[in-house]
Each structure stands twice: as C-alpha cells, then as structure tokens.
Design a protein. Structure first.
Length: 169
C-alpha cells in the first residue's frame, strides 16, 4: 500500500520528496486530505482550503508516506500537540478562541561557501496554531524535520500569556 501511495503522489508532486501528507478533520467528522485517490489517480488539495475556514476543523495531522502512520498532530480545540508519540499539553486558557492551524513546508539548502560543495536539500515542515487573546497574537509552532526530529519555534509573546506546553506521556 505504501509503495502505491508514494508512486501516486510522486506522479503529481514534483517539488521534492515528501515525507508527510496532511489530513484535516472537520467538526462533522469528515476528513479533508491533501491527496485524494480516484481510480489510482491522485489529486492534490490545497491547505488554503483549511486556512480559509478554521472554524470547520478540529484536528490536523501529518501522516508518514513511508509507513502511513500518523506522526504529528494538533488538536485545534484544545491546542494540544502529539509529536511522534509524545503529547505536549497546552497550558493557555483558550476558551472561546478560534485556533487557526499553521502549516508550512519549506526546502532548506546547505552550502559550503568556501568550496561551493556539499549542497544538500531537504524539506522541513512548520506545524502549529495561532489565535488572538485579548489583543495579543499567540502562536505555538514546531519545526519538523524528515528524520522526525522536532524543534520548537520561539515567538515573542505577550508578557501576560506564555505559550509553553507541558509534556505528558
């Protein structure tokens, strides 16, 4: 199954090798996926559809193309993250706030400027949420690398609010 999935995606996605595809869960329990498959043909849906209507979504996840397992997710109702099996619990009171999903996919290129050698390219992903509480823009984001390592993206926050999470197992 994974091989067929990867081959179908590779036919339509030519901007580098993807490690993950996304699924967005609507509040009516339907799933809006990055890729739809109709008779072995793949069609790509755009994240902008999720971005334009955050009020319709309750969960967003990244699924590994290699093994079709959910590796990273956000609960858009609580602000909690699951990062490769580790849950990071949100500690900010977000009652009555609409969390808007943040998702970016970027290429990074490394180059030794002295020798012009050693070029390497890889994708990394930004996954998170943002909202506005009492006029303060609050963001919580993580940078995810192809080897499943994760790095928190730090943002200047209001002194009244701290977007730190509590790790639970």
């Amino acid at each position: 199954m994974e091989k067929e999935l990867k081959e179908a995606i590779d036919k339509i996605y030519n901007q580098g090798e993807l490690e993950f595809f996304w699924n967005a869960y609507k509040k009516d329990n339907s799933i809006f996926s990055q890729f739809e498959f109709i008779e072995e043909e793949a069609k790509e849906n755009l994240f902008t559809d999720v971005d334009k209507h955050p009020e319709n979504y309750k969960k967003f996840e990244l699924v590994s193309i290699k093994d079709s397992k959910i590796k990273f997710s956000i609960d858009l109702e609580t602000g909690n993250f699951t990062l490769n099996g580790l849950t990071i619990k949100n500690n900010i009171n977000i009652d009555d706030c609409q969390l808007k999903c943040t998702f970016w996919r970027r290429k990074a290129i490394t180059l030794n400027i002295l020798t012009s050698k050693g070029k390497s390219r890889f994708l990394y992903y930004i996954l998170g949420w943002h909202t506005n509480i009492d006029g303060a823009n609050i963001k919580k984001e993580y940078r995810i690398f192809p080897d499943y390592s994760v790095q928190e993206v730090l943002h200047k926050q209001s002194r009244k609010l701290y977007a730190r999470g509590k790790i639970i197992n």
